[in-house]
Design a protein around this ligand. Structure first.
Ligand code: FAD
Ligand code: NAD
Length: 475
């Protein structure tokens, strides 16, 4: 194997492996270096998303949701199953099997596309040289016309709640519990806190989420966030807002967490504590200072709109750069960069990136929130439709939540679509396509939606923006 490539990608997560595959499809000679190792010591492609993020968390969310529904919902359908019994070992091994299979799938895709897969560590040197250190081997020097940095991100650690892998864990540890903690604490009421908090709460943990901000789910539309907070509270999730953790201490039984809010100081004892207060770009041990790659605020690699760094022919994608830390955002950047390198057209529409929170009910949105439109003094109209009036949602026994459509008051162009309810993460796809095609609320109104489907709620919300909803009273 020669050590000269057209493209060397550092990082084999959804941003990096997709960039490598597309670059190879474009006829380029490509290598992808990835350092990920699973607890068995074996390298595994797919990065955080596949090995300790999107996929394992969704596997456990699905299993725990079924467990919960079997215990709480089946009876209302007339199905008596008795009290469901949890076999966590089987649940965990099912999750691990899905991850293993997909990681092997990327290996096969690399082979099929002719991408050279290099397990080990990559370090960018000046003049597009890369020092590659194989696992347990001597460093080698690689050369590349173009380098794509895709090293991803790592969890933020709090100085007063250090990860010990046992009682105080990050999201990776929280996916691997071998027993359901009786009392679970979560620092951070963001996406990870809510998803993983939900998993263990559904399996029986008494779960308390401690969130620093006063506003719940600050990044979501306010109306949707308020509905989510109400529904999670009803489910028994204890969410404490405006709460700043000041100290954690080991106790005989677990961890004592001290925090402050406007009412004063409080203490809480839990058996396990998940810290999920955000992630930071993984630039440590990646860049020679003379390589010319500058960092922006909060340690992200500085890039332009097309993911070029400040060094010639060095690109950066995914969690390493600005924008939402989402797998599909990173993958699209990988595709764009691989196409631009090959001299083709490449573009990412940052205004139409969907966000999904896989709780029950799911929360999903694309475009701007009502708060953002107000802030921008944009004139808009609002249409909403409650799933309570959706025949399909009723049949599914999941009729809580709503769809909210925001459109330009003057031009009718869609500005944002926000959903809380069953399969919101699937439903949002329609809104993403509509926004990608610069559709109006009227375009959605005139699109035929099958009956009875959940998607009719989007149709009705679009109608409601013009006070023309057919299955709700227009106010
Ligand atoms: P990563 O996936 O982090 O991959 C980077 C890879 O680079 C890793 O394998 C790392 O080992 C390797 N690497 C780092 N430095 C080097 C180096 N110097 N040399 C060689 N290799 C290196 N996003 C969603 O869109 N949907 C979800 O449902 C979702 N769920 C999530 C759940 C959890 C619990 C977590 C933690 C994250 C979740 N995310 C989700 C976020 C998603 O995982 C990230 O946005 C995504 O993985 C970023 O992709 P990436 O390729 O930029 O980086
Ligand atoms: P996040 O930014 O979503 O949430 C972190 C939360 O912690 C925020 O609400 C913040 O106010 C709070 N916080 C910060 N410091 C705190 C402190 N000291 N005490 C109490 N609260 C504090 O981050 P995350 O949940 O760690 O997730 C990391 C990234 O992973 C996110 O950017 C997210 O996009 C991605 N992710 C996505 C999905 C998905 O797409 N479904 C799932 C999981 C993770």
């Amino acid at each position: 194997m020669g050590s000269k490539y057209d493209v060397v990608v550092i990082g084999g997560g959804p941003a990096g492996y997709v960039a490598a595959i597309r670059a190879a499809q474009n006829g380029l000679r490509v290598a992808c270096i990835d350092a990920w190792k699973n607890p068995d010591g074996k390298p595994a492609l797919g990065g955080t998303c596949l090995n300790a993020g999107c996929i394992p968390s969704k596997a456990l969310l699905e299993s725990s949701e079924l467990f919960h529904r079997a215990g709480h919902e089946f009876a209302s359908h007339g199905i008596q199953v008795g009290k469901p019994v949890l076999d966590l070992a089987v649940m965990q091994s099912r999750k691990a099997a899905i991850v293993r299979q997909f990681s092997g799938g990327i290996r096969e895709l690399f082979k099929a596309n002719g991408v050279t897969s290099l397990a080990g560590h990559g370090y960018l040197l000046p003049a597009n040289k890369i020092r590659y250190t194989p696992d347990g081997g001597e460093p080698e020097l690689l050369e590349a016309e173009h380098v794509v940095l895709a090293a991803g991100s790592v969890p933020v650690e709090l100085p007063f709640a250090r990860f010990d892998g046992e009682r105080i864990v990050d999201s990776r540890g929280a996916l691997e519990f071998s027993a359901v903690p009786a009392r679970l604490g979560v620092i951070g009421g963001g996406v990870i806190g809510l998803e993983l908090g939900s998993v263990w709460q559904r399996l029986g943990a008494q779960t308390t989420v401690i969130e620093a901000l006063d506003r719940f789910l600050f990044m979501a539309d306010g109306q949707i966030a308020r509905d989510a907070q109400r529904q999670f509270k009803k489910q028994g999730l204890d969410i404490r807002l405006g709460a700043r953790v000041t100290e954690t201490r080991s106790t005989a039984a677990g961890v004592a967490v001290s925090y402050e809010d406007e009412r004063g100081r409080h203490s809480l004892e839990v058996d396990r504590l998940i810290v999920a207060v955000g992630r930071r770009p993984a630039t440590e041990g990646l860049l020679d200072p003379l390589a010319g790659v500058q960092l922006a605020e909060r340690g992200f690699v500085a890039v332009d709109a097309e993911c070029r760094t400040t060094a010639a022919n060095v690109w950066a994608v995914g969690d390493l750069v600005r924008g939402p830390m989402l797998a599909h955002k990173g993958s699209e950047e990988g595709v764009m960069v691989a196409d631009l390198i090959a001299g083709r057209y490449g573009h990412v529409n940052y205004a139409a990136i969907p966000s999904v929170i896989y709780t029950a009910p799911e929360i999903a949105w694309v475009g701007q929130t009502e708060e953002q439109l107000k802030e921008a003094s944009q004139s808009y109209k609002v249409g909403t439709f409650n799933f309570a009036a959706s025949g399909r949602a009723r049949a599914m026994e999941q009729a809580a939540g709503l769809v909210k459509v925001l459109a330009d008051a003057a031009t009718d162009r869609l500005l944002g679509v926000h959903i809380i309810g069953p399969m919101a993460g699937e439903l949002i796809g329609e809104a993403v396509v509509a926004m990608e095609f610069e559709a109006s609320a009227e375009d959605l109104q005139r699109t035929i939606h099958a009956h009875p489907t959940l998607s009719e709620a989007i149709h009705e919300a679009a109608l409601s923006a013009d006070r023309r909803a057919l299955h709700a009273i227009n106010h």
